[in-house]
Design a protein around this ligand. Structure first.
Ligand code: KG4
Ligand code: ZN
Length: 368
């Protein structure tokens, strides 16, 4: 069957129903989004999520093979769940959207395989979605959706990027990390402190009891004169402090009350270093582009300290900041269905009836 590539924005006379599947890492997410026929914003009808965090925690990080197998177990029951919740059947679905990349190859293949099977069985078009485009557009499902254009700070476990966003599919990278992502900096520092996987939320909870100025930690590339980031040195500095304290690789550390207070200080200092760099680079990107709107997306966007600091600094400068709803900051199917709906609405959806399984574990957003 031929590819269907509408050149014009969606002019469908009936609402379109989009099923979204996310399986790029350790969360299986399914969602149904309705794209109204009258040009109104897409609406989230239902979404369901299974997190594999408990399963991977014993290994201190994601085990790709286990992730793929678990996606296989979860995806069909979750699809049934969202259809039931929305009062729809599979026959009502107009487009099947799935995360095509970037992510773990095996995990992506599960979502792509199920989506392609559904597409062929139901004779419905397929749409492969870029995972980061999902994160980037997820604030459009919030109570306070942004308007184009804006600067986006995309901070997840695998990516840290500042982008200029002029519309759907119009993304220019202004700066990105040259090594670890911000989420990785949280996770790796937390792991060194003996906190469970994924460390970001644990470290940020601990930080609430600590003093941010207690440890002297670097703010890498803060004065680099560009909008790039580097977080690998920060993790090394955290490691050095733990070695000095004689606390490296001490799994029992958290059980010691004396250690807890010092670790809370180290957590608060680490968080402050990451947040300061993210804040200052975001402000520099806003200044450079002359934009008055910032969108923050990705798992680290759930961080309370980051939100407080951004809100305060941006309010002083007359800049609006938009975030996804807290429960849609980390991976989910709703952002995938939404990105598909917004692409359809903008006439930029590369729909196909051909079930290709060509997932893209590495995929640069600026090449879209
Ligand atoms: O966007 P996401 O779910 O997955 C990727 O696409 O990578 O982001 C996960 C990342 C992890 O590194 C996790 O530790 C971090 O987001 N994260 C947080 C918080 N919640 C999630 N980091 C800091 N503070 C949080 N509250
Ligand atoms: Zn993600």
């Amino acid at each position: 069957m031929p590819d269907l590539n509408p050149a014009q924005p969606s002019t469908a006379s009936a609402p379109q129903l989009i099923l979204g599947l996310e399986s790029s890492c350790d969360e299986t997410g399914l969602a149904l989004v309705e794209l109204p026929a009258d040009g109104q914003a897409p609406r989230l009808l239902a979404h369901a999520l299974h997190s594999q965090i408990d399963m991977h925690q014993a290994y201190g990080g994601v085990v790709p093979e286990l992730a793929s197998r678990d996606h296989i177990r979860r995806v069909v029951p979750l699809a049934r769940q969202v259809l039931t919740e929305a009062g729809k059947t599979m026959a009502d679905v107009d487009v099947v959207a799935y995360t095509r990349g970037p992510g773990l190859a095996g995990a992506l293949l599960v979502g792509a395989g199920v989506a392609c099977a559904l597409g062929v069985a139901l004779n419905k078009p397929l749409l492969g979605v870029h995972h980061l485009e999902g994160h980037l557009l997820s604030p459009f499902l919030s109570q306070d959706p942004p308007e184009f254009p804006f600067v986006a700070l995309l901070v997840s476990g695998g990516h840290t990027q500042l982008m200029r966003v002029d519309g759907v599919g119009r993304y220019a990278i202004l700066g990105e990390t040259v090594d670890d992502a911000a989420g990785e900096a949280f996770d790796k520092s937390a792991k060194l402190m003996g906190l469970p996987y994924p460390g970001g939320p644990h470290l940020s909870r601990m930080a609430e009891q600590g003093r941010a100025g207690a440890f002297d930690l670097p703010r890498p590339m803060l004065h680099s004169g560009n909008l790039d980031f580097s977080f690998a040195g920060l993790k090394t500095a955290v490691r050095t402090h733990l070695v000095r304290l004689g606390w490296l690789d001490r799994a029992d550390l958290m059980a010691e009350p004396a250690a807890q207070a010092v670790l809370a200080d180290l957590a608060a200092s680490t968080q402050a270093a990451i947040v300061e760099v993210l804040l200052k680079k975001s402000l520099a990107a806003l200044k450079e582009t002359g934009m008055k709107r910032l969108v923050v997306a990705g798992g680290v966007g759930a961080n309370r300290h980051l939100r407080e600091q951004l809100d305060r600094a941006c309010a002083r400068r007359g800049i609006r900041v938009h975030y996804p709803e807290l429960h849609l900051c980390t991976d989910n199917g709703a952002m995938i269905a939404l990105a598909a709906a917004m692409r359809l609405q903008a006439g930029q959806a590369q729909l196909t009836h051909t079930p290709t399984f060509d997932v893209k574990p590495r995929w640069d957003l600026s090449t879209l």
